[in-house]
Design a binder for this molecule. Sequence first.
Ligand code: UT7
Length: 361
Amino acid sequence: MERINAVITGVGGYVPNYILDNEEMSRIVDTSDEWIMERIGVKTRHILKPEQGSGTSYLMTRAVKQLLEKTQVDPDSIEAVICATTTPDYHFPSTASLVIGNLGLKNAYGFDMEAACAGFLYALEQGASLITSGRHKRIILCGGDHMSSMTNYQDRNTCPIFGDGAACVLMEATTEELGLMDSYLRVDGTGYEHLHMAAGGSAQMPSHESVDQRLHFVYQEGRTVFKNAVTKMSDAVETIAKRNGLDKDNIAWVVPHQANIRIETAVARRIGLDESKVMINVDHMANTSGGTLPLCLWEYEPQLKKGDKLIFTAFGAGFSWGASYLIWGYDGAAEAAKSPAEFYKEGTISREEWNEKRGVH
Ligand code: UT7
């Protein structure tokens, strides 16, 4: 029997149209464009304002809607929707159930996956398992976060880092040698004290005190997280490259979690990869947590070619991290060209502007 692989066959995305730049950020906390650019590499981030909408389902619903429009697949053929997010609309029901309901997907079930910034990486592996087991043929994987909902805009150590956004991929069964080939995923459980949101869960229920102490926001000890992120993402990329015969000459793209430009370039340096082969959008998207990997695919889609070898890597709370090797399934330029032009109408920026920004012509 032929081996079934799980291949990505389409990408959709959405970012809200409010842009919070460093100039505005420096009026909120004691910081500067210079510091943020030098230490993080973020110029602007998209923020979902309450008057526009709320919840990660708002972002994901729009991303999936665009994916369905672009790919023209029958919505009734979608069998499952997995949403990787740390900012679900509610503890329950799941964000996936809201997205499915909003889009009227009649034959799908769905669930959320919480693995912080590594969420989409894990979703790729879980989604591929559903497909390669033979149980499903067509599913959607979403990654995204409404990070501004848990960002403390009184803490200059964290607030410049985060932005809001979501993107998704269509994953389908194929017998071609395409799709997710290998994953190396890990959690070590040592990360709580360095990166967490203390209250609001079952360990520390919401109370007047927890609100007064601002415990419903991200707490991060930046330096420790930084060091772990560089080491663990680099190790994971090296491991996955070595065991699949990949090197700087045959890797088309590394798709790293977008936490800090210095982390991404350090990972590229470690495997001797030219920085032009590293997808980067942290400069104008910031860290969208579960959204960073699929948002990279969304923006770089026109440059992706069938057969391109991609390595994804991410690191987040837990600590959780890893790397995956995937062979890209279609010619992105052709797909982008035949997509309706208006699919960017809800974003702030046109396809032409994206391309201009990224030097794609
Ligand atoms: O997505 C999940 C994974 N997350 C990450 O991977 C994030 C990893 N961490 C980082 O990206 C960086 O550690 C940060 C961007 C969070 C911080 O950069 P850093 O270079 O590690 O700065 P630091 O925390 O060591 O702080 C250096 C100095 C401090 O001042 P002193 O104590 O040296 O006088 C901070 O108070 O910079 C100060 N500082 C700022 N100054 C201006 C911290 N935040 C700011 C700010 N503006 N926004």
